[in-house]
Ligand binder design. Structure first.
Ligand code: NAP
Length: 260
């Protein structure tokens, strides 16, 4: 059953996060600070830890003042059957991380695509043409957004995972040739994320050179061990913080599209 919180119905503009379990939430801090900074009275952002995704309709009914939701693990895919419609890119990647609630209807979007695309373009800058191919490490929810963007940017890629049959390559398959041909390497696994600071994807780092770009979707710590291994060999590195902020900004635009 959904715990009732009648006080939340007093906010004319309620936003929130669904997932389970929910620990520290970047979005809650980001949006509530934004509301205070911008003097947005009546706006509030609340985490809703849902024990089961089947509680989603109950949540929407309980809080008719909900304007928008973020979605996190494990509901990015599971929530789709509960939505009234989907943005075009969701139909391609099958993962929702933003829901717009409008007059009782729920529309699913994915702002990770936008966040990653903008941040990757910024990271590569004028060197985009130096990238012949990419390696995508991990093949979970975030990897889907990454792959969508690589296809859109015409960057050939191979996926790498620890499980046979899920990806193009296994981590143990990677050799000097794969690393040499793939100047862009993107970590979409949680390896290296706090508190597991001493973990990293198992790739042959000895073949990384200053021609490489290492992008880590992990943003805590700001320099992961994966990035550190790249830095030691002169590679350019980037963490996922820029993507995180850019996807949050996009979520706000989805909930409150510019008029006209
Ligand atoms: P997910 O759906 O659980 O996928 C995680 C992937 O990592 C899976 O392919 C999993 O492989 C692989 N993996 C996990 N542990 C591994 C290990 N020990 N060795 C090898 N592979 C391993 O998670 P997600 O939603 O894609 O998120 C992944 C990471 O991206 C998280 O750290 C998350 O915080 C970050 N992220 C950042 C942003 C941002 O804005 N910067 C946005 C989204 C996500 P199996 O399938 O074999 O388990």
């Amino acid at each position: 059953m959904l715990p009732d919180n009648p006080g939340l119905r007093a906010y004319p503009f309620l936003y929130g996060l669904i997932g389970y379990p929910l620990g520290h939430s970047f979005s809650q801090t980001y949006f509530n600070e934004k509301f205070v900074r911008e003097g947005r009275a009546g706006h509030y952002y609340q985490p809703f830890p849902l024990e089961a995704v089947s509680l989603f309709p109950e949540l929407i009914k309980a809080y008719p003042n909900l304007r928008g939701l973020n979605v996190t693990i494990p509901y990015k895919e599971q929530v789709i059957p509960y939505l009234d419609s989907l943005g075009e890119e969701v139909a391609h990647i099958g993962a929702v991380n933003v829901i717009r609630c409008l007059e009782g209807k729920c529309i699913g979007y994915n702002s990770d695509i936008h966040g990653f695309e903008r941040d990757l373009v910024e990271f590569l800058g004028g060197q985009r043409q130096e990238i012949e191919a990419a390696l995508v490490l991990g093949i979970g929810g975030a990897a889907k957004a990454v792959i969508y963007v690589l296809k859109k940017m015409d960057i050939p890629y191979q996926t790498v995972s620890r499980t046979a049959g899920k990806s193009d390559l296994l981590f143990e398959d990677l050799d000097a040739g794969h690393i040499r041909r793939s100047q862009l390497i993107i970590n979409t696994t949680p390896l290296g994320m706090a508190p597991a600071l001493d973990t990293l994807p198992k790739i042959p780092y000895e073949h990384i050179t200053k021609a490489h770009f290492l992008y880590d979707l992990v943003y805590n710590p700001s320099t992961t061990l994966f990035m550190e291994m790249g830095l030691r060999r002169g590679a350019r590195v980037q963490n996922g913080l820029g993507m995180l902020y850019k996807q949050a900004l996009k979520a706000w635009e989805i909930w409150n599209p510019p008029i006209g």
